[in-house]
Ligand binder design. Structure first.
Ligand SMILES: [Zn+2]
Ligand SMILES: [Zn+2]
Length: 388
């Protein structure tokens, strides 16, 4: 499997519910539409390929592992939605570089504080969910952000301008307008483009590049001048930091917080040096396999030494349309957010590390090929505990 970054550069206004994101299924559907154009008309691909040369089946058929994530609008390639543990001041929200009171992550601090706060009266400096600048309450910071440097991010903000075009049907015989209707879309601002993560086996690259070569149509109404998108497919790596290094840094941050509270309180129970932690960061919703677990929090039942201890989770309703089969998909409930897991001291570390590497490569839960269940382990953003 090889990872790519798919850039989608709008050349016409788009019809989208939310201009900051093109859902994974819409990107996938647009690629499918290009391939289906060369297929036997009317063939329903839920039963199999339409012929020996079926290009749709070669990319989307059974057992083919093309995975496409959602495409996010931004001003650079490194664009993603914020984690569920990211907070900002409710009075002057936003990054310091934008003149606001700052954006930071609370996962490590909130968890360690909750563990330490059995005797809060002894804590000299309790963790509080207030802005360090003006003391206003914090609020979740939900935004799509583009990374511009080591500690520098920009909120994508207004990416589009609303646009309405008027169309009319004219009676040929009478030369009169018989019906007038308006189509509303969004014009994506200059300098903004979409990026999606794409993984596929090497041998698919030629077919997929061919399908993307003529551009894609996103969001419908193409005959009225909407939806044309130019594409660029570039090889990429998943994360700048290797997994082991991310886990190590995450645990160093947790240790530092634990020592901070331990130093304040002499009666505080000693730190268990053998245990460790990791986070699963689900930005694209994970659809759990309910046969295995009744919870929307991924339980990782395959590892008995690992247990979820804290989560910041939102429900998410999945569904959509199966382009190849021409059928609606079953609606499923999934979860986005951050889950913190504790690894017990007697765990086999190599088994845990292998499992986490597997989850990052393959995702979690069902619907992975439709862009669900992509996970990051110990996203480095969790280490931004002070406002940036
Ligand atoms: Zn076909
Ligand atoms: Zn503030």
């Amino acid at each position: 499997m090889k990872r790519y970054l798919l850039r989608l550069i709008p050349e016409q206004p788009l019809r989208l519910d939310d201009a900051t994101m093109i859902p994974a299924q819409a990107v996938r559907g647009a690629i499918a539409d290009v391939l289906l154009a060369g297929c036997v008309p009317g063939h329903e691909h839920d039963t199999g390929p339409c012929g020996a040369e079926c290009r749709y089946w070669s990319v989307f058929g059974e057992g083919v592992r093309l995975k496409v994530g959602p495409a996010y609008a931004g001003s650079g390639d490194d664009t993603a939605p914020t984690l569920a543990t990211v907070r900002t001041c409710s009075r002057v929200p936003g990054f310091k570089t934008a003149g606001a009171h700052g954006v930071f992550d609370i996962a490590v601090r909130q968890w360690v504080f909750e563990q330490a706060s059995v005797t809060p009266d002894r804590l000299l400096a309790p963790f509080s969910l207030h802005c360090p600048v003006c003391d206003a309450p914090l609020m979740p910071y939900r935004s799509v952000i583009t990374r511009q440097g080591e500690r520098e991010f920009a909120a994508v903000g207004d990416v589009s301008t609303s646009l309405t075009s008027t169309h009319a049907s004219i009676s040929r015989t009478r030369g009169q307008v018989i019906e007038r209707h308006e189509i509303t879309g969004v014009m994506i601002n200059r300098g903004i483009y979409y990026t999606a993560q794409l993984t596929m086996p090497d041998h698919l690259e030629v077919s997929v590049r061919q399908a993307l070569g003529g551009g894609l149509w996103i969001g419908g109404k193409r005959s009225q001048g909407f939806g044309a998108v130019r594409t660029e497919l570039v090889p990429t790596v998943a994360n700048a930091l290797p997994l082991g290094e991310r886990i190590a840094r995450f645990n160093r941050a947790i240790r530092a917080e634990q020592r901070f509270y331990a130093a304040m309180d002499s009666t505080h129970q000693s730190i268990d040096e053998g245990e460790s932690y990791f986070s699963l960061d689900l930005s694209a919703a994970a659809l759990p396999a309910y046969a295995e677990s009744p919870s929307i929090v991924p339980a990782l039942t395959m590892l008995s030494s690992v247990a979820p201890v804290r989560h910041w989770i939102d429900g998410h309703v999945g569904g959509g349309w199966h382009a190849g089969a021409g059928l609606p998909r079953r609606t499923q409930i999934g979860a986005t957010g951050v889950v913190l897991y504790r690894v017990s001291p007697d765990a086999k570390r190599t088994a845990v590390d292998e499992m986490l590497a597997f989850l990052e490569a393959e995702g979690i839960g069902t619907g992975r090929e439709r862009g669900y269940g992509a996970v990051t382990v110990c996203d480095p953003f969790h280490l931004f505990m002070d406002p940036i």
